[in-house]
Design a protein around this ligand. Structure first.
Ligand SMILES: Cc1cc2nc3c(=O)[nH]c(=O)nc-3n(C[C@H](O)[C@H](O)[C@H](O)COP(=O)(O)OP(=O)(O)OC[C@H]3O[C@@H](n4cnc5c(N)ncnc54)[C@H](O)[C@@H]3O)c2cc1C
Length: 453
């Protein structure tokens, strides 16, 4: 049974008598997916068939070939799993809100179910669909443990303000997942296999950011990664998570971003682990509290993707220091090519460009130095966002917008001592990194530009 608090209605239309459509968007997986489970449940309740639609916009927030490659491979796996359950997947190209509405009208759909995202373009698609769809339209938060709109009715100040709210609801939402109910599907409901290559050709993506070959996409790979982490990484997480050489972070963020992994399933499994309490708590703090805090920020702050979204104290303080002398100053293209004076920063950038991943601790250093070495704080925000979204496999995510807003704009943080350029934004430097980990070793791992052969 699906907890009704995970769902909300996006229009006023009643359930109709036609087929049920799950408009899969952010949660691109078959298992542990409350939106698919709800769609199966609706199909059975109404005695109607179910199909799944994925709408492909011609471009999405600057996603590159690297991102589409990861996404398409994951979706191929979803197609197979759905087919095995007798549920067809169809991909439709075009503006998503319009496209899903036209398809549902043509089909005579009785219900459309979709998953949740706090991001503006996705909300725009849904607003369009809510206005155009001829039938009931439901949204299910399949990404968060506590549905974003239930966790808090407002933008939270910090982890300390959202944590008690999430904790109070945790036990009622942190459940196991039922298997998707078998749905009666008539023989007439057959759809052609998806022509993935044709869709890949249609996309307007930056082909210069090439796919990464050493990270396998998809639900099975995500499950394997989670299992490996629980068995071999989690125990060291509390003491080692700030050491980028230690290899004891989960590496789950690309899978979570594309919905190949369920955060709820991962938290539930971590809570059952025999690893130390300290490590379990620390991991769950990140994956549950910090991640859902980021969702809250993007859901309630329409300027989440710009300098305008940061708190007034931080804006005022940064603007007071906007004209401060910068010891080093770089343009976006120099950051992009990892051409700063700092081998540590360059190594982090090379890691991002080449592997699509930067370790979480280095991400903070990386963003704060962009603030320190850019002409203005607003341009630093834009450069960090551009680089993160261009290369990071987990980019264009609420965690990315919020992580940059935290590092550069003090979001969810407090004012610190006033200092040049940073104002009251928390400072970070290379000697702080050296106290936490073996900096030369990290640099040597990503060294092609730092130590040309
Ligand atoms: C400047 C900056 C940019 C960032 N950009 C992104 C981004 O584009 N996409 C992204 O998913 N995360 C981003 N983060 C948050 C965090 O760095 C990554 O989630 C984490 O490094 C991913 O690696 P992991 O899965 O091995 O994390 P683990 O340490 O294993 O953590 C497990 C999960 O917890 C969540 N988590 C961990 N740290 C944070 C955090 N600080 N805030 C919110 N959730 C967190 C993530 O979902 C992560 O996958 C950014 C942070 C900063 C400071």
């Amino acid at each position: 049974m699906i907890d009704q608090r995970r769902t909300r209605k996006l229009n006023l239309k009643a359930d109709g008598l036609g087929p049920v459509v799950y408009w899969m968007s952010r949660d691109q997986r078959f298992r542990h997916n409350w939106a698919l489970l709800y769609a199966c449940h609706k199909a059975n309740e109404l005695g109607r068939p179910l199909e799944v639609i994925f709408t492909l916009a011609p471009c999405f927030l600057g996603a590159s070939k690297r991102h589409y490659d990861f996404m398409f491979k994951g979706l191929r796996e979803v197609e197979t799993s759905l087919r095995d359950a007798g549920i067809p997947l169809t991909v439709l190209a075009g503006e998503p809100g319009q496209t899903i509405s036209s398809y549902a009208s043509h089909l005579g759909a009785g219900v459309v179910v979709t998953d949740f995202s706090p991001l503006k373009p996705v909300r725009d698609w849904k607003n369009r669909a809510a206005a155009l769809l001829p039938c009931a339209f439901y949204e299910v938060d399949a990404h968060n443990i506590v549905p974003c709109w239930k966790a808090s009715p407002r933008q939270e100040f910090a982890a300390r303000t959202i944590r008690p709210k999430l904790e109070a609801l945790r036990d009622t939402f942190l459940t196991t997942f039922p298997h998707p109910e078998a749905v009666y599907q008539p023989d007439t409901l057959s759809r052609p296999a998806v022509l993935w290559e044709e869709f890949a050709d249609m996309i307007e993506a930056d082909n210069s950011v090439i796919p990464v070959s050493d990270l396998e996409p998809g639900e099975r790979a995500a499950e394997k990664r989670l299992r490996q982490f629980l068995d071999h990484g989690l125990d060291d997480y509390a003491k080692g998570r700030n050491d980028p050489n230690a290899g004891c972070v989960s590496g789950l963020s690309p899978y979570l971003h594309f919905g190949h992994a369920s955060a709820q399933y991962a938290v539930y499994q971590a809570s059952l682990s025999s690893s130390s309490q300290e490590s379990r708590d620390s991991f769950i703090e990140e994956l549950f509290v910090r991640r859902e805090l980021a969702e809250n920020y993007c859901f309630y702050n329409s300027n989440y993707d710009s300098f305008d979204g940061i708190p007034d104290w931080a804006k005022a303080s940064l603007m007071n220091h906007a004209a401060d002398h910068r010891e080093y100053s770089y343009k976006a293209a120099q950051f992009d090519r990892a051409e700063t004076h700092d081998p540590l920063w360059n190594a982090a950038q090379i890691s991002l460009v080449e592997t699509g991943i930067i370790h979480g601790y280095m991400r903070m250093y990386w963003a704060k130095k962009i603030l320190e070495w850019s002409a203005t704080p607003a341009s630093a925000f834009d450069i960090a966002l551009w680089l993160n979204d261009r290369y990071a496999l987990d980019g264009r995510d609420p965690n990315g917008y919020t992580g940059i807003a935290w590092s550069i704009g003090g979001v969810h943080d407090r004012p610190w001592f006033d200092r040049p350029v940073y104002g009251k934004i928390r400072y970070m430097n290379a000697s702080g990194c050296a106290r936490k980990f073996d900096v030369p070793r990290y640099i040597a791992s990503f060294s092609d530009k730092n130590n040309p052969a």
